[in-house]
Design a protein around this ligand. Structure first.
Ligand SMILES: NC(=O)c1ccc[n+]([C@@H]2O[C@H](COP(=O)([O-])OP(=O)(O)OC[C@H]3O[C@@H](n4cnc5c(N)ncnc54)[C@H](OP(=O)(O)O)[C@@H]3O)[C@@H](O)[C@H]2O)c1
Length: 248
């Protein structure tokens, strides 16, 4: 349980779902952890899980200039950063004729633009070696209806993982990505669907997954722990698809 002992980690969107479970596993493996969310209230229950030793940062992942403040806070708190899990993301699932420019920009700001400038702001803070993991999605690969903007934003993130892995490896920074399939998290409650529509959507998605079930956040977090740890020191620019076979 000491695979991350002595390491300092930042998880964006660490108050719920995959981010929270990953932060929990990081702490269990001996890391010091900082998490972000958009409001202090989101941390009320999280504190019970991560304790007072964790650092709680209120920051909107879509606010590019504010990413510099996140980097400054990490420098103040930890003096360095060994692990970055770029996880905060927005999923607004709509048919193309319902997507306006504001929705398009919102998704790309939170899922791509903010993460790009966060990584840039953290460059002077990253340890040598360090590990960056980007949370993409199987939607970058499959033709699921109503996911055009979301899927494109996650494809951009995968492209970023590849190009930055080549650009930053010389500085000792490994960049990799995970692409989860459908994972049971509060994300689905935030889609704005009625209970009946949500149930129908979940059933339709589930029927397409060869494993015949949604994954759980722990099944993604354990892969992220591997990518964050020294067990993966030769893993560079890779994408781990963890989707119960949905993308087959
Ligand atoms: N669940 C899935 O099926 C699935 C599949 C593939 C990929 N993913 C990806 O996994 C990531 C996490 O999703 P999840 O399923 O764990 O969702 P979730 O349970 O809704 O958690 C999302 C987390 O991100 C935070 N967040 C959202 N927008 C933010 C913003 N603008 N700035 C800062 N924090 C923000 C949320 O905190 P607050 O709302 O409190 O700010 C929360 O901590 C996303 O990038 C998503 O695209 C999820």
């Amino acid at each position: 349980m000491d695979r991350l002992k002595g390491k300092c980690a930042l998880v964006t969107g660490g108050s719920s779902g995959i981010g929270l479970e990953t932060a929990r596993q990081f702490v269990a493996e001996g890391a010091r952890v900082a998490v972000t969310a958009r409001s202090a209230k989101a941390f009320d229950t999280v504190r019970r899980d991560l304790g007072d030793g964790a650092v709680y940062i209120v920051s909107d992942a879509g606010d590019a200039p504010a990413q510099r403040q996140v980097a400054e806070r990490i420098k103040e708190e930890f003096g360095k950063l060994d692990i970055l899990f770029v996880n905060a993301g927005l999923a607004e699932l709509k048919p193309i004729d319902m997507c306006d420019e504001a929705a398009f920009d919102r998704t790309f700001s939170i899922n791509v633009r903010g993460p790009f400038f966060l990584i840039q702001a953290l460059l002077p803070v990253f340890s040598k070696p360090s590990s960056v993991i980007l949370n993409a999605s199987i939607n970058a690969h499959i033709g699921m209806p109503n996911t055009s903007v979301y899927g494109a934003s996650k494809a951009a993130l995968l492209s970023l993982a590849r190009t930055l892995s080549g650009e930053l490896i010389g500085r000792g920074i490994r960049v990799n990505a995970v692409s989860p399939g459908p994972i049971a998290t509060p994300l689905y409650d935030k889609l704005g669907l009625s209970e009946a529509d949500l149930k129908a959507t979940a059933t339709a998605i589930q029927s397409q997954i060869p494993a015949k079930r949604f994954g759980n956040p722990a099944e993604i977090a354990s892969a992220i722990v591997f990518l964050a740890s020294d067990e993966s020191t030769f893993t560079v620019g890779s994408e781990l698809i963890i989707d119960g076979g949905l993308g087959l």
